[in-house]
Write a protein that binds this ligand. Structure first.
Ligand SMILES: Cc1cc2nc3c(=O)[nH]c(=O)nc-3n(C[C@H](O)[C@H](O)[C@H](O)COP(=O)(O)OP(=O)(O)OC[C@H]3O[C@@H](n4cnc5c(N)ncnc54)[C@H](O)[C@@H]3O)c2cc1C
Length: 321
């Protein structure tokens, strides 16, 4: 019998009855810890199919399902006390380093009076972790005191998704944690549309300051829709109001690892590059042949985006005829 050296609780991220792929990546990270028992906690409402989805991943030994009407909307303020309570017997509590996990885990760490470790990119042992600092320009190794509970967010771009093929048991767990009344769900303002989710899409097309207006940014949406890609933006494009804030890619936006990333009219500032350094293939379109984005691009096209993007669309249309 193998000895269990660590008990890891992975907090599932989900919405609309579907487990987010970030959870599968967090499970993979947890399973990379030698001798770990990996348990997934799903905080949902009665009748949700999410726990059954979590049970299907290889490497998961059990799924704890905590149902509560308050879990319909995954608010960090109401989830944190439940996570802290259910997580007590575990040595490690992991959540993806997405907006969900980054909002939730510091609250959990505070409630458990434990250290919070952000953006883990590799796990060397139960107490040693590696994470990027200075916008990804340096990697630091962090040692957590032995015996301390580890509350961590996992950099999803650094891990593959766990494979299917598991059949873990789902256990119903009751939580008696007092839920706060200071926060309540009012409404959700989400971008409507059928575009893939930026953080998990295999293809992403981003636009930068060069687009020069929200109206011109529609060029990016048009190309993305033709290619079935998600849309991202540089911070300059977001700050100027050409694209919404949740599309920002980079150090203070989303860290992504698509198969294909196309940067259009983006200079390639280090803070942007840190969000895309795990992309498999990077294509850059920029009129300045000296732009730093070309140093990381696998394919570079020098020219005016307002000419090149319509040409690309025509080529795509022609290839489909
Ligand atoms: C603490 C901090 C955090 C930050 N976080 C982020 C972040 O998360 N994400 C992020 O993106 N930035 C971030 N930034 C900002 C970052 O430093 C850059 O300012 C920003 O990325 C620049 O955006 P851009 O490339 O769209 O604009 P610019 O740097 O202005 O580049 C525009 C590019 O478009 C090209 N261009 C112009 N016209 C055309 C045309 N017609 N056709 C083709 N090319 C054209 C230009 O040659 C230029 O290279 C951060 C900065 C700081 C200080």
């Amino acid at each position: 019998m193998t000895q269990v050296l660590a008990k890891v609780l992975v907090i599932a991220e989900h919405a609309n009855g579907k487990l987010n792929v970030s959870t599968a990546k967090t499970i993979k990270a947890a399973a990379s810890l030698a001798g770990a028992e990996v348990v997934v906690a799903v905080f949902s409402t009665a009748g949700s199919p999410v726990a059954a989805q979590a049970a299907q991943f290889a490497g998961v030994s059990r799924v704890l399902e905590v149902t509560h009407a308050a879990n319909e909307h995954q608010l960090a303020a109401t989830l944190a006390p439940q996570v802290a309570e259910v997580g007590k017997p575990f040595t490690h509590l992991f959540a993806p380093s997405t907006t969900f996990g980054k909002d939730l885990m510091p609250r959990v760490a505070a409630l458990l009076d434990a250290p919070q470790l952000s953006d883990v990119m590799s796990i060397e042992s139960a107490t040693r972790f590696r994470r990027p600092i200075y916008a990804g320009n340096a990697i630091t190794t962090v040692e957590v005191s032995a015996g301390a509970k580890v509350i961590a967010t996992i950099r999803t771009a650094s891990f593959e998704a766990a494979a299917a093929g598991g059949s873990a048991k789902v256990e119903a767990v009751a939580s008696s944690a007092a839920l706060p009344s200071h926060s309540r769900f009012v409404s959700l303002a989400a971008a409507a549309g059928d575009r893939p989710d930026l953080q998990s899409a295999s293809k992403v097309i981003s636009g930068g300051r060069a687009l020069a207006s929200a109206d011109a940014f529609k060029l990016i949406y048009g190309l993305a829709d033709k290619m079935g890609a998600a849309v991202g933006a540089s911070r300059a494009a977001v700050d100027a109001g050409y694209a919404p804030n949740d599309m920002q890619v980079g150090q203070t936006g989303k860290i992504i690892a698509p198969e294909l990333y196309i940067a259009i009219g983006i200079s390639g500032a280090i803070q942007h590059l840190t969000g895309i350094k795990d992309a498999r293939t990077i294509v850059a379109i920029n009129k300045d042949s000296e732009a730093p984005i070309f140093e990381v691009a696998d394919i570079g096209i020098v020219g005016d985006l307002f000419q090149i993007v319509p040409e690309l669309e025509k080529l795509i249309d022609a290839s489909r005829k």
